[in-house]
Design a protein around this ligand. Sequence first.
Ligand SMILES: [Zn+2]
Length: 80
Amino acid sequence: MATELTTELIWKAFCGHRCAVCGGLKEEYTAFCPPCYSRLPRPLKNSLWKRMGEGFEESYRVCMAWFPAKSARSEERKRA
Ligand SMILES: [Zn+2]
């Protein structure tokens, strides 16, 4: 069962430096790190340009669900 992504969690991830998909570093105020972002299909990338409270949270959840479960969190951490 997937962890519930509350708006608060999404906001924290968005403002922080940790990519919720791979655990790697990312810029503040971006959804994912560049490698993860680049893997997303174009429609999903575009959907992340929405603002918080105007659909971003839902887009973020869709993107998180899109990434294969195996790449989530600790199991397959990127070697930096
Ligand atoms: Zn990442």
